[in-house]
Design a protein around this ligand. Structure first.
Ligand SMILES: C[S@@+](CC[C@H](N)C(=O)[O-])C[C@H]1O[C@@H](n2cnc3c(N)ncnc32)[C@H](O)[C@@H]1O
Length: 265
């Protein structure tokens, strides 16, 4: 069966290619409101949720893949640009020697805090000043896996739409609502929260398994270096600790969040 002919691009100076490469920079992502997603699976996941790429770039190796064909047709139908590119372009756009055969550009989407309905889920995750994009992406994926309502980024956090964060979500970036809240907005949200707000602190004396979980639970996690600051810990109904039995003094943030999410759901 013949395949539809899409525009072919081989020049690194092509404006679409240049704009896609620039999306490695946070300021370019913020200015354009777009982000890069690598791989066919993640773009297909977006398609399942009705989200079409603005730009779909694919290499010759992917051209005959049935899923790529569906995705290309869907992208074109939705007004996106579908282009066949060289391996060199895929390498440069993804900054990898072994690039995926598909790289897409999507519009970013943050959910509006005013629309957050606590009772629509059993568990929500709030992350204070998360710094590591791999942690953030892993947490979004875990929140998706456990059916959480969303992830709330409290204060200055790393960008959930960075290439590293999106990669770590494995597609969950399209499924999990991401909210942003500064400290006053988070404090206001907490005041009207109808369930338990559970903080996590290494200095806490309560074991996490004895936490007074009452849905909708909000789990509040601290920053990787400093942990949860006292003013935010004080907003919680209780602060809990996951026992540290060996020599390590703390768990990785994403691991601790996963344990808390599953304890709360
Ligand atoms: C790497 S830890 C922070 C370590 C930091 N030096 C501190 O003193 O809190 C990052 C976050 O993961 C969570 N966390 C890690 N280990 C934990 C544990 N054993 N109990 C409860 N929370 C934990 C907390 O939310 C913490 O703020």
């Amino acid at each position: 069966m013949s395949r539809p002919a899409y525009r072919q691009i081989s020049s690194l100076t092509n404006p679409t290619v240049k704009a896609a490469r620039a999306l490695h920079l946070r300021k370019e992502r913020e200015a354009s409101g777009q982000f890069l997603a690598e791989g066919l699976k993640i773009a297909a996941e977006a398609m399942e949720l009705g989200r079409a790429p603005r730009v779909l770039m694919f290499g010759l190796d992917a051209a005959d893949h049935p899923l790529l064909r569906r995705l290309a047709a869907f992208t074109a139908e939705q007004g996106g640009e579908v282009i066949e590119v060289t391996r060199d372009i895929l390498e440069k756009v993804s900054r990898r020697d072994n690039p995926q055969t598909v790289v897409s550009v999507f519009d970013q989407h943050f959910a509006d805090l005013a629309t957050l309905d606590p009772k629509s889920a059993t568990c929500w995750v709030a992350l204070q000043a998360v710094r590591d994009p791999g942690n953030l992406g892993t947490i979004v994926r875990t929140a998706d896996s456990a059916g959480c309502g969303g992830v709330i980024l409290v204060g200055e956090c790393c960008d959930p739409f960075s290439v590293e964060a999106v990669r770590a979500t494995m597609g969950s970036i399209f499924a999990v609502p991401i909210f942003k809240a500064d400290i006053p907005a988070f404090t206001a949200l907490r005041k009207t929260w109808p369930g338990s707000v559970i903080g996590t602190l290494l200095t806490a004396t309560h074991d996490f398994r004895a936490a007074p979980f009452r849905a909708p639970n909000m789990i509040l996690m601290g920053n990787e270096q400093q942990g949860l600051p006292p003013d935010l810990a004080a907003l919680c109904d209780v602060n809990v600790k996951i026992p540290m039995r060996g020599r390590a003094d703390s768990l990785n943030l994403a691991v601790a969040t996963g344990i808390m999410i599953y304890a709360a759901t």
